[in-house]
Design a protein. Structure first.
Length: 658
């Protein structure tokens, strides 16, 4: 058995009495003797055993329970393969949940109960799990965690491909002077390394924005993440009894709401045809949450802004972003690169932003979340920061989606969208001053090209009634003409792909566009990211937009007229590069920010080079001044999410909070 690594102790598997016939008495180690060794290793009692073996034949797990010790089995592969990511996630979740519960009961820190971890021999699989835990929860680099485990359980992880897999998974560079693992003397001749599987990129399927990404997490961990997302958006405790995606949803631009462009101050961006995700950043990791509330874990790094004292940046915890995953295609090579375009921020480091105006949230998104990633990546690339992290090895790039003043709509349509290297189907008009609104937001507007105005239906195919699939919508309103639930759209028809079997689309969620000449809906694509069709009132909004048929020239005419209203005076001054009260200082900050960005990361330069986006002539949005006084914030109490924030960190963070 090894020495303790915090509350964790590594050991080999104990053996039951049925092995006594082949093991000398002085070599035996059963559950009871291992429990005694664990009790001697730490003053705190042994309370949890995590069994990583895939076999049930070594001993009876009930022996642990008879000793009052909780037993958890997390079977993970071995024999030429490192543990699968889902098993690592399960291990880290089980251990962290157990220790958090103990800490809540007053048994934290040095008094935390002992957790015994074993595989067969207690070196490679056990080491892989403990090192992963130390990196995720101890804030260690892989090299530090490996050394710590090797000191506690000599010689540590001795299979080189396990070590390489750890560096690769956590996107870290292997130090040139890092010692090669040594084979234990009792192990016998070293077995050859298992070569990595080589994969020809040309044989891989091309990346799509709706590909399933990341790693599977357990049911309890997924529920924990979803509860965190709901509480961040809706408030503490709001997750109770709710199971719907809390993201803000736009409404279609029609003549009935066109006047909003005059009465509200809008900024505009392109409507990327990507996949919607929220990203929840926790100490436990980074989680993608889609419209179906499906949760996947991905390995990314999120540094906080450096504190005013100059101390190194800590990592984000309890930060929630909203955005979309797109795939950019390089025009010269055809290479496809995933990129997450973040366009909103609802929570940062435990502080709720949902009541702030959108523009303030948007500025904080760059300053406190995306910007620190870019600056740290640039410092690493320039050799100014000795951090062995590879941002370029992350599963996707992260950037803030650009927005511009309403007056740039024409440039977006005529210059930007034709040049962008991913699919775009229209414009989004964002209310400059709107707080974050969960669900349908009547001031968040979308305009699609006429040929792409679409509705998401659920298809129902009942061959006993007719051969035509029925197009279903979901009525969610109380007091509507229809009862709440699924309703077929009366008289609606759909044109499926040629040769398709209608029965194969039964209960599928499909996006359709309307063919006015044929008076039929035309299948566009499956919506694998959704579990339900559009709500009936969303369909009515889209239908009104289709009937109104606001074409590009008419839209731009209304935009030009609206932009002449007094509410846009500051934005007009900004576009013309002249002072206009407070907007003048923002414009100045923006020009200074442009000079800063010229020195940004190699990573960011590469992203910009490959993105092939023609930027409109308007300057980039301003970086807010850091002038607001420190204010004590009331942070919603989310169980298990509390984090101690130093006074200097809080002052830095709260400059722009209400």
């Amino acid at each position: 058995m090894g020495s303790p690594v915090g509350p964790l102790v590594a050991a080999k598997v104990p053996l039951g009495a049925h092995f006594d016939a082949v093991i000398p008495p002085d070599k035996r180690m059963n559950v009871e003797s291992l429990a005694d060794l664990a009790a001697a290793a730490r003053p705190s009692p042994l309370a949890l055993v995590v069994d990583l073996t895939r076999s049930q034949r070594y001993y009876d797990p009930n022996r642990w329970r008879e000793l009052g010790v909780q037993y958890v089995k997390v079977p993970c592969r071995g024999r030429g393969q490192v543990p699968e990511p889902s098993a690592v996630n399960d291990f880290c979740w089980e251990v962290s949940s157990f220790l958090k519960l103990a800490a809540a009961g007053g048994r934290g820190g040095e008094s935390a109960p002992t957790v015994l971890v074993h595989c067969t021999h207690g070196f490679n699989r056990t080491g892989f799990m403990i090192v992963s835990y130390l990196v995720r929860y101890g804030g260690l680099l892989v090299r530090q965690a490996l050394r710590q485990f090797a000191q506690a359980r000599p010689p540590g992880i001795y299979k080189p491909y396990y070590v390489q897999a750890l560096f690769r998974y956590y996107h870290e560079v292997v130090p040139k002077d890092f010692p090669q693992p040594s084979q234990p003397a009792w192990k016998g001749p070293a077995s050859p390394d298992v070569p990595e599987e080589e994969c020809d990129p040309a044989l891989e399927p091309p990346a799509q924005h709706d590909d399933v990404m990341g790693e599977e997490v357990g049911v309890a961990e997924a529920a924990y993440v979803v509860a965190g997302v709901l509480d961040c958006v809706l408030g503490a405790g709001a997750s109770q009894g709710r199971r719907w995606f809390p993201g803000s949803q736009p409404v279609s631009l029609a003549r009935s709401n066109l006047e909003l462009l005059r009465s509200h101050r809008y900024w505009v961006t392109w409507k990327a045809d990507g996949t919607r995700y929220m990203i929840l950043v926790l100490q436990e990791g980074t989680y993608l949450v889609d419209r179906k509330l499906a949760v996947r874990r991905v390995q990314l790094r999120w540094p906080m802004p450096p504190s005013s004292s100059g101390k190194p940046a800590k990592l984000q915890h309890l930060t929630l972003l909203d955005g979309e995953m797109i795939v950019d295609e390089e025009m010269d090579t055809g290479r496809r690169q995933r990129r997450f375009l973040a366009y909103d921020l609802m929570h940062v480091a435990g502080h709720s932003l949902v009541k702030l105006p959108w523009k303030k949230r948007y500025d904080i998104l760059q300053r406190d979340v995306v910007g620190p990633r870019q600056r740290e990546g640039g410092a690493i690339g320039a050799g100014q920061l000795a951090l062995p992290y590879r941002y370029d090895q992350e599963p996707f790039r992260v950037r803030r989606k650009e927005f511009w003043t309403l007056g740039q709509s024409r440039t977006l349509l005529h210059r930007f969208i034709p040049a962008v290297s991913h699919e775009s189907d229209g414009l989004i008009f964002q209310d400059h001053d709107e707080p974050y609104e969960s669900g349908t937001c009547n001031t968040l507007l979308k305009w699609k090209f006429a040929s792409l105005n679409s509705v998401d239906f659920r298809l129902r195919f009942d061959p006993s009634r007719d051969a035509e699939p029925r197009l279903e919508l979901l009525e969610t309103r109380v007091g509507a003409p229809r009862a709440r639930g699924y309703h077929a759209l009366e008289g609606a028809r759909i044109r499926l792909p040629e040769g398709a079997d209608p029965a194969s689309f039964h209960h599928a969620i499909v996006e359709c566009v309307y063919d006015g000449e044929e008076q039929t809906w035309v299948y566009l694509r499956d919506r694998r990211d959704k579990q339900t069709p559009n709500a009936y009132h969303v369909y009515e909004s889209v239908q009104a937009s289709i009937q109104d048929n606001i074409l590009e020239d008419e839209l731009l005419e209304h935009v030009d007229e609206a932009f002449r209203e007094s509410i846009y005076a500051g934005d007009r001054a900004l576009a013309e590069g002249r002072p206009a009260g407070r907007e003048a200082s923002e414009g100045s900050s923006r020009r200074e920010g442009k000079n800063e960005r010229q020195n940004e990361t190699q990573q960011q330069q590469q992203e910009t080079q490959h993105h092939h986006e023609t930027q409109p002539p308007a300057p980039s949005p301003p970086r807010p001044a850091l002038a607001a006084p420190h204010i004590e914030l009331k942070v919603p109490a989310l169980a298990g999410y509390e984090r101690q924030v130093s006074e200097s960190e809080e002052e830095d963070l709260c400059d722009d909070l209400p």
